[in-house]
Unconditional design. Structure first.
Length: 252
């Protein structure tokens, strides 16, 4: 497998090298098109950070995993020169994530194992500067940097709680419950709910072939604490959104 991958890389390099040496890497002149539009698909992972163990002593053994995320989007870019452009996108994303933890009640033989599944939807709007490098006559590399804004449109938090408690007779009694709550701005969330607006850093890069097909990857790191405490909460934890997405698009 390693030999096949190495041979593929060498073959691609051999095809690009003769034309790449003839191409000017950075061109500052007038762009071919001032206004450029694109539609694309996105797929990757979403992750929400948490500090439950440091915020709540009763919480232990927290396992937080990245969930699958996918969506569709539209991109508009204004090419100021062949090298520098300004762009924005409107993306609709469906995100997910899983979290499990153990919760103990001090002074009592009471342990709860909690399994949470989160599914939520957002409109994601990055605004960025884009820099284009000519690798070959029909191959371009772009690097994007800017900010993103995220607007939550809905979602659900579904929990399964296994509660084991020793009763007055010394018997171990187990109860199972399945509470659900809205993902955004709910007073019934387990520990916390989430704010429906976020903003942060947007970084992206990709390749464009024949000025029509684009393949890329982007990372987004939320700056806001999106955790929202319920009315019964003593403390509000700290949570941030992270998205890592691959894209495939068609340029008009």
């Amino acid at each position: 497998m390693k030999k096949i991958f190495t041979a593929a890389v060498i073959a691609v390099a051999a095809l690009l090298f003769p034309t790449a040496v003839k191409s000017q890497l950075i061109v500052y002149g007038k762009p071919d098109k001032f206004f450029e539009t694109q539609v694309h698909l996105l797929a990757g992972g979403s992750y929400v950070t948490e500090n439950y163990k440091s915020c709540f002593p009763a919480v232990s053994d927290v396992n937080n995993s990245m969930g699958f995320a996918w969506g569709v989007g539209f991109r508009a870019k204004f090419n100021l020169t062949s090298f520098v452009g300004l762009g924005t996108e409107l993306n609709y994303l469906r995100n997910s994530g899983k979290l499990d933890m153990a919760v103990t009640q001090e002074g009592e033989a009471n342990v709860s194992n909690v399994f949470i599944k989160n599914n939520y939807r957002t409109f994601n709007v990055p605004v960025f500067a884009s820099f284009t490098f000519n690798l070959a006559p029909k191959v371009k590399w772009n690097a994007d940097g800017g900010i993103f804004m995220s607007f939550g449109t809905g979602g659900k938090q579904k929990a399964t709680i296994y509660n084991a408690k020793v009763n007055e007779l010394g018997q171990l009694v187990t109860n199972i419950s399945h509470p659900t709550a809205d993902y955004y701005k709910s007073d019934r969330g387990f520990i916390n709910s989430y704010r429906d607006f976020d903003m942060g850093l947007h970084l992206g890069t990709g390749l464009t072939f024949m000025n029509k097909i684009s393949l890329g990857v982007r990372c987004q790191f939320g700056f806001r604490n999106v955790a929202m405490g319920t009315s019964a909460a003593i403390k509000t934890p700290n949570s941030h959104n992270i998205n890592v997405l691959a894209t495939a698009g068609y340029i008009f």
